[in-house]
Design a protein around this ligand. Structure first.
Ligand SMILES: Nc1ncnc2c1ncn2[C@@H]1O[C@H](COP(=O)(O)OP(=O)(O)OP(=O)(O)O)[C@@H](O)[C@H]1O
Length: 263
């Protein structure tokens, strides 16, 4: 499945938030959306997964026109892990994960043995087996986040949209979630805040500022000192991680930069 977004614009409360963004997620690629708070990442993702109606533009998942298709038709192909996952009603962890099967069922269909197997597997994959009977509302933020990912896994999506999926998670679970997502071997579009994790996991990045794409490319091309200063207004030094050869980012204060005798 390939995601193609073209010239997408969204206004909220009369204010333009997303200004003509085009992007592409090629077959089985993990693509990151990076940008400061309020730059429009969630708004863009929400218009792709049909929570917000854009003013203009197009969004296709392979042959499916996302803007014209029904939410259920989109949910058969696309899983979503949103930013806020609060609920008013209480369900057990297993019941929450089982909701991932809904797009594949007809009204009043009950779960069959295959659904049950898929749900158990999803609960196991995120390490929540001991929590299966626990009430969702009693879980910590990080545990809730893993339940929501498990629900998406139970959906057996062919494409995944993630809005800050590692929010609330300690470092072990940040890595676990991103490793699970990578191992699915499907297309992924994820808004991320941690630039080092984005460099480690993403095949391709889009850097967003004030609702526009200011750079896109492979992590090494996008995550430069100059770009990071321009978009996030912080100074940093980019280096090669000795063990992996990957991209490391060290953030510097003005004092540290002065002490290093560099500009
Ligand atoms: N209903 C609304 N009416 C007006 N403005 C809104 C509305 N919803 C969101 N916004 C504004 O749109 C802008 C973009 O919000 P969005 O959530 O897309 O940013 P983001 O890049 O995901 O930020 P973050 O990294 O903080 O999650 C913000 O300035 C936000 O205040």
């Amino acid at each position: 499945m390939e995601l193609n977004v073209k010239d997408l614009s969204v206004s909220l409360g009369g204010t333009p938030i997303v200004n003509g963004i085009s992007l592409q997620v090629r077959e089985k690629k993990f693509v990151g959306l990076l940008g400061p708070n309020g730059c429009g990442k969630s708004t863009l993702l929400k218009s792709i997964y049909k929570v917000i109606k854009p003013d203009a533009g197009q969004a296709h998942l392979s042959d499916t026109d996302l803007l014209k298709s029904s939410p259920k038709a989109v949910a058969r192909k696309m899983g979503v892990v949103g930013q806020f996952n609060d609920l008013s009603f209480d369900f057990t962890v297993r019941e929450m994960v089982a909701m991932g099967r809904t797009p594949h069922k007809k009204l009043l269909d009950s779960d069959n043995a295959e659904d049950s197997r898929i749900v158990d597997e999803a609960v196991r994959k995120v390490g929540l087996e001991p929590y299966a009977s626990r009430s969702y509302l009693t879980l910590s933020g990080g545990e809730k986040q893993r339940v929501i990912l498990a629900r998406s896994l139970a959906q057996q999506p062919q494409f995944l949209v993630l809005d800050e999926p590692t929010n609330h998670l300690d470092v072990k679970y940040q890595l676990q979630i991103l490793n699970i997502v990578r191992s699915l071997d499907i297309g992924v579009l994820a808004a991320l805040h941690d630039l080092s994790l984005a460099a480690k996991y993403c095949d391709y990045l889009y850097l967003i500022k004030k609702g526009r794409v200011v750079a896109h490319g492979v992590p090494k091309a996008v995550l430069t000192r100059e770009r990071i200063a321009e978009v996030f207004e912080v100074d940093c030094e980019i280096y090669e991680i000795p063990v992996t050869g990957g991209l490391g980012i060290a953030y510097l204060s003005a004092h540290e930069r002065d002490a290093a005798g560099q500009t």
